[in-house]
Design a protein around this ligand. Structure first.
Ligand code: URA
Length: 239
């Protein structure tokens, strides 16, 4: 499509009142070029102006938009305070999350809870896990806990973006590479991006390590760095 035509199409949708037009990920475009027989990707509808968390959950419904629905037991929508000042974004549900339908309740989740509550307490900030909101890039458990594929992230990410637009937190904390790429794009690794402020739309984003990585890390460096990242995040939001 030519630039001129694209500009006219976008103006047409703007006139109809659409506020956001989602873009295809470059990886998918390359896959489509290589394999034109790929089934068309079915994107969720655009966000209505009066969007709300309940509305988003309703729109997800008994989702079968991507292959991840095949093995899931529960859709893990997100949990926490709908008026949270901070939203944590992980990759996708693991086994325990799939069973309970709640994000970050397995081993990595317990570490995340401890990281949030212990860091806040040490810094004199009265913050518990229930005060924040936690969600994932994909809402169904990928088989064998593999990383979500680009098309799965693109489809499910639209719902995450709507959640973030509704929650309007003062800051977002992305946990690990998948969440970082979903919100910020780019090809940099977490080690390079962590501890720095970035932006998703107008919302400040802090990148840090995924707690599963911290469970596996054989030295204390990344744990100390993650603690520093959370300190920075909490002081920015609560000072
Ligand atoms: N890992 C994630 O990224 N999200 C969860 O909810 C659990 C583990």
């Amino acid at each position: 499509m030519s630039r001129e035509l694209l500009a006219r199409v976008l103006a047409y949708y703007r006139d109809l009142g659409f506020q956001d037009i989602y873009r295809r990920m470059p990886e998918r475009a390359a896959m489509e070029e290589e394999n034109p027989a790929l089934p068309p990707i079915e994107l969720p509808g655009l966000a209505p102006a009066d969007d709300a968390l309940d509305r988003i959950r309703e729109d997800i419904g008994d989702c079968k938009r991507c292959r991840l629905h095949e093995g899931r037991r529960n859709i893990v929508f997100g949990a926490g305070n709908p008026r949270a000042k901070i939203v944590f974004v992980g990759e996708g549900p693991g086994e325990e999350e799939d069973l309970q339908g709640i994000p970050f309740v397995g081993r990595a989740g317990q570490l995340l809870t401890a990281m949030i509550e212990n860091t806040a307490k040490k810094e004199g900030i009265p913050l518990l896990r229930d005060d924040v909101y936690i969600a994932n890039v994909v809402k169904c458990r990928p088989p064998k806990n593999r990383a979500p594929e680009p098309d799965e992230m693109e489809i499910c990410g639209q719902f995450l973006f709507r959640q973030l637009e509704v929650l309007k937190p003062k800051a977002i904390c992305v946990l690990g590479g998948t969440a970082m790429r979903a919100l910020l794009g780019g090809k940099e690794g977490v080690t390079r991006m962590r501890g720095q402020w970035c932006k998703w739309r107008d919302i400040p984003v802090m990148v840090t390590y995924h707690p599963s990585y911290l469970l596996r890390a054989y030295n204390t460096g990344p744990k100390r760095e993650a603690w520093e990242d959370l300190k920075k995040l909490f002081h920015f939001v609560y000072d």
